[in-house]
Write a protein that binds this ligand. Structure first.
Ligand code: ADP
Length: 294
């Protein structure tokens, strides 16, 4: 079993279906309301656990009902929640989502996710040191991601950084990352190179980047400059929410078998995830991915 430590965000998604988007000052009656567990960190932790990894998560929720519900949901998925802090001040992170027609508007309030400090991660040094892979994203403070990278590097544990939402990253941080997993737009932002074609961007960080590109799959340039394309698997897509999270989790879960094999496993897991509704709803088991690949 691959041991994966996830350092990242935990949110509750609050989704309301509305006939149209309200104007400022207007009250509208919606037709339906649902809550879904979310946050890239928690999504990736759940996906990795379903794919058979032994997962522990470092994160922060508020001392409120959403926080308690999210913690018990993670535990029910088999994620070790003992390193998830409960903030005395901030509320649990939420994403308030209005859906109308095929479009949505989203307000994210990071809340407790922004209270995840470097010292909280340093307090989990043992958890990181004993992991086979560390997985993180950018929905927590950048200094906390940097602290995670320093710890992973100190203990020679490979770090997969999913740079979403993207910001420009320092060379020092990129040097400590084993694998960066942006989509094309995120890669341009991370590098500050918006006008380069993606093969040229990949060649700027040889051996480091696995770039995802929706139904086309994923691309990599290895340490000797060789270009590698893992095609996407043809499926009939129902909902692509969470495809990136499933891809990252699967890459971490399969990391020890080598990068090309991990990319193939990740593309298959992510393809299966888009055939079902919801981010966490579509995340497959290891057995489902293996039978899909046969
Ligand atoms: P993000 O949502 O982070 O931008 P992508 O859209 O690039 O991520 O999707 C991540 C991965 O999910 C892709 O590399 C691919 O393997 C898989 N994927 C996404 N959309 C589809 C699709 N329509 N059909 C098959 N695989 C898909």
């Amino acid at each position: 079993m691959t041991k994966v430590a996830v350092v990242g965000s935990i949110n509750m998604d609050l989704v309301a279906l509305v006939p149209r988007f309200p104007a400022p000052g207007e009250t509208l009656i919606g037709s339906r309301f649902e809550t879904f567990p979310g946050g890239k960190g928690a999504n990736q932790a759940v996906a990795a656990a379903r794919l058979g990894a032994e997962v522990a998560m470092v994160g922060c929720v508020g001392g409120d009902g959403f926080g308690r519900e999210l913690l018990s949901g993670l535990a029910a998925e088999g994620v070790d929640t003992s390193a998830i802090h409960v903030s005395g001040e901030a509320s649990t992170g939420v994403a308030s989502i209005l859906v109308s027609g095929g479009e949505n508007t989203i307000v994210v309030v990071p809340g407790a996710n922004h209270c995840l400090t470097p010292s909280m991660v340093e307090a989990s040094e043992q958890l990181i040191a004993s992991a086979d892979v560390v997985l993180t994203q950018l929905e927590i403070p950048l200094e906390t991601v940097e602290a995670t990278a320093r710890l992973a590097s100190r203990h020679r544990v490979p770090l997969i950084l999913n740079p979403a939402p993207a910001v420009r990253l320092s060379r020092a941080l990129l040097d400590q990352v084993a694998c960066l997993t942006p989509n094309e737009h995120e890669l341009a932002t991370v590098l500050g190179a918006p006008s380069l074609p993606f093969p040229d961007m990949l060649a700027l960080l040889p051996g480091k980047v696995v770039m995802t590109k929706g139904e086309h799959g994923a691309y990599h340039v290895d340490g000797s400059g060789q270009f590698w394309h893992q095609p996407g698997f043809a499926v009939s897509a129902v909902d692509t929410t969470g495809a990136g999270d499933t891809f990252n989790a699967a890459l971490a879960a399969a990391w020890q078998g080598g990068l090309r094999q991990a990319m193939r496993f990740a593309a298959a897991a992510a393809a299966l995830s888009v055939t079902r509704l919801g981010a966490q709803g579509g995340m497959p088991s290891a057995a489902a991915v293996e039978s899909f690949l046969q």
